[in-house]
Design a protein around this ligand. Structure first.
Ligand SMILES: NC(=O)c1ccc[n+]([C@@H]2O[C@H](COP(=O)([O-])OP(=O)(O)OC[C@H]3O[C@@H](n4cnc5c(N)ncnc54)[C@H](OP(=O)(O)O)[C@@H]3O)[C@@H](O)[C@H]2O)c1
Length: 231
């Protein structure tokens, strides 16, 4: 069965995606910051829970070493933070701004590069191809759809869109697809109770897009419903 590596798997959209891939029979390596308190995650069959703060790049390399020789079919960069909810024309805390960039923009690139050998191994094993990097971005990172405010979050998601788009170009010849996705406005700790959709709707849509992804679609920015979002 194929193998998934997912970050931020202990709650929200990441937990729901983990449940769905495990239910489909995938082997899931589920990374989260505090496995000791990830009770729901640890109860899912077929899931290996690994401790990982995605901004600890030494730990990312260690995890890649731990799984040396393991083929990974899908890397799902899901972990993310919003940072301060400052309004327009206000940023109260630039340390937080940097932290948002570290988690949302730098860490997914670090994971993609650290686990490239594992993705290539899956690609070689499965002659039909299909190794994928899917990164949960946000519509708020679309410059075409800018709405002002939320500078750190918007900039972080624009940066990962650019990073993954360029990685897609470089990995196309290896047969590895690489996309970013907007999960919708989702009822999670981040999205809040007033959001548009529940995690089940979001994760079902995201999974359908990721599972149906072909190499010809690499480098695109997708909504959870399969529509394309302008950069
Ligand atoms: N909810 C929405 O409406 C919405 C909309 C657009 C995009 N998104 C994106 O969707 C993704 C998932 O969001 P969500 O709504 O499920 O958020 P959430 O419920 O707040 O969950 C965020 C997840 O990211 C993890 N995380 C944060 N910082 C981390 C770090 N340094 N290392 C490892 N894990 C870390 C959290 O782990 P801890 O439990 O340890 O904090 C948690 O598992 C994010 O990338 C977010 O930007 C969400």
């Amino acid at each position: 069965m194929p193998t998934l590596l997912i970050t931020g798997a202990n709650r929200g959209i990441g937990l729901e995606l983990t449940k769905r891939y495990a239910a489909d029979g995938w082997t899931v390596i589920a990374a989260c910051r505090e496995p000791q308190s990830a009770t729901t995650l640890k109860a899912i069959r077929g899931v290996s829970v690994e401790a990982l703060d995605v901004t600890d790049y030494t730990a990312v390399d260690k995890l890649a070493q731990t799984y040396d020789g393991t083929a990974i079919d899908l890397l799902l960069n899901n972990a993310g933070i919003y940072g301060h909810r400052d309004g327009a024309l206000k940023v109260s805390d630039f340390d937080t701004y940097l932290q948002v960039l570290q988690v949302n923009s730098v860490a997914p690139m670090k994971l993609a590069l650290a686990f490239l050998p594992h993705l290539k191994a899956a690609q070689n094993r499965n002659k039909m191809g299909g190794a994928k990097i899917a990164t949960i971005s946000s519509r708020m990172g679309s410059i075409a759809e800018s709405g002002g405010g939320a500078y750190a979050y918007r900039a972080s998601k624009a940066a990962i869109n650019a990073g993954m788009h360029n990685l897609a170009l470089d990995l196309k010849s290896s047969g590895i697809s690489c996309i970013t996705l907007h999960p919708g406005w989702v009822k999670t700790d981040m999205g809040g109770a007033g959001a548009d959709i529940d995690v089940a709707t979001s994760a079902a849509g995201l999974k359908q897009v990721i599972d149906g992804l072909a190499l010809k679609d690499t480098g695109k920015f997708y909504n959870y419903d399969g529509g394309e979002i302008p950069w």
